[in-house]
Design a protein around this ligand. Structure first.
Ligand code: FMN
Length: 396
């Protein structure tokens, strides 16, 4: 995923320094070329040998180290880096970077880099809240660096508050958001729906379906990593929202309809991957289902057909894509939906195919448009998302 990408990890004198070993290892597994630069103070917290073993590169500490091949390292590394992450970033390095100081290998290299820079502060709450540190962080942002908000919690000094370095999976999300994909969807607004809707029968029970939201969440994440401005309207799921996607939770089909329709006009693409419950109980005057109707024979009415509405009210330049989950006659039924609902694309999948459909991390789909029918083999939902977005980009 990160093949061909060069990442500099800058590690400073904080107790959180040891955590970066795990991140360096993960980045290597994703095939990144990882270089670690430590401040001299950081070597009190973790030994450079740890990083050298994990990255296969000399861990740079001293700007004037003469003990390796002659090369002006801070400049040559600065030139080839695709991204710099300073984590943990001490109050000291933040102050130095904010003012352009270059008195050690890390601050000198940061100054020599033109690539994207991420900074993850880690320090005692009082140091973090100090207006000088706050101003320094604003200065970093002013110069285009991204400051990753620290977590709130119990700190190494036993104080509780803001200043904890976020866990490495959070730092990895930021790195992947920058480097995992080309930004070929930059400037596009994409609305995705995901998950299952729920229709209340009474305060305890509801009608729903088996959708877990994995397909829609994968599309939203990949589209965001490709640079799109993504809004995800989601029914109930167990999935953590992706931090770079605006996520709007809804419960019923009606709520999803309203959330989608109120945003539809502003979107370049709308991809409906949610499984909306097709029916809801007919409500009576007091808003409850009659007692005798429960369990046995609940009167039902159809919920709103979101795609059909969108197809009838669409902007001509907008791309409209639906998913069709079938148990039989998958292609014929999907082609009929494409035409009837005035869609550009429909993604057909058969719940009965192994590795496809609800709950699993893979899918087997056929992408159908008026002129194309592309049958994809079994692949991860993220790969399906990428192939689908490639196709949607190619059609208009
Ligand atoms: C045990 C210990 C833990 C420390 N943790 C932090 C920390 O989390 N954040 C921070 O800004 N400074 C921390 N410091 C202070 C820094 O190490 C100190 O300001 C140092 O000058 C930073 O140097 P550097 O930015 O060159 O690494 C800690 C010091 C000690 C002794």
């Amino acid at each position: 995923m990160l093949k061909g990408k060069t990442i500099i990890l800058g590690v400073t004198g904080s107790i959180a320094a040891y955590k970066i070993a795990g991140l360096a290892s993960t980045l290597r597994k994703l095939h990144a070329d990882v270089h670690v630069i430590m401040t001299k103070n950081a070597t009190n917290f973790i030994n450079p040998i740890t990083f050298e073993t994990l990255t296969d590169h000399k861990c740079l500490v001293d700007t004037f180290d003469r003990n390796f091949n002659y090369n002006i390292e801070h400049v040559s590394l600065g030139k080839k880096a695709d991204l710099v992450l300073v984590a943990p970033a001490s109050a000291n390095i933040i102050a130095k970077m904010a003012h352009g100081l270059a008195d050690d290998m890390l601050s000198t290299t940061v100054l020599a880099c033109k690539c994207k820079k991420l900074v993850a502060p880690a320090m005692n709450t009082r140091m973090f809240e100090n207006p000088i540190t706050q101003d320094n962080m604003k200065t970093l942002e002013h110069y285009g660096m991204t400051v990753i908000a620290p977590a709130v919690g119990l700190l190494a000094c036993q104080d509780v508050g803001a200043g904890k370095m976020p866990e490495c999976d959070v730092l990895l999300d930021y790195i992947l958001q920058e480097l995992a994909h080309e930004k070929d969807l930059k400037g596009k607004r994409i609305l995705v729906t995901a998950g299952a809707t729920q229709e209340a029968i009474d305060p305890v029970r509801y009608i729903t379906n088996h959708s877990t939201g994995k397909m829609g969440y994968a599309i939203a994440k990949v589209a965001s990593q490709r640079g799109a401005n993504v809004t995800l309207i989601t029914g109930a799921t167990q999935i953590e929202p992706y931090r770079f996607v605006e996520t709007v939770p809804v419960t019923s089909a009606r709520e999803m309809f309203e959330a989608v329709v109120s945003r539809a006009d502003y979107q370049d693409m709308i991809i409906k991957a949610a499984a909306v419950a097709d029916y809801r109980p007919v409500t009576v005057a007091d808003n409850k289902i009659k007692k005798q109707d429960n369990d046995m024979n609940i009167p039902l009415e159809r919920t709103d057909d979101i795609l059909k509405y969108l197809g009838e009210h669409r902007r001509a330049d907008q791309i409209l894509c639906g998913f069709s989950m079938e148990t039989e006659h998958m292609l014929e039924n999907s082609r009929a939906k494409l035409a009837k609902k005035n869609l550009d694309v429909i993604v057909a999948n058969n719940v009965k195919t192994e590795g496809a459909g609800f709950g699993v991390d893979t899918n087997v789909v056929t992408i159908i448009s008026k002129d194309h029918e592309i049958e994809l083999p079994l692949m991860s939902k993220e790969n399906v998302a990428n192939q689908l977005l490639d196709f949607l980009l190619s059609i208009k």
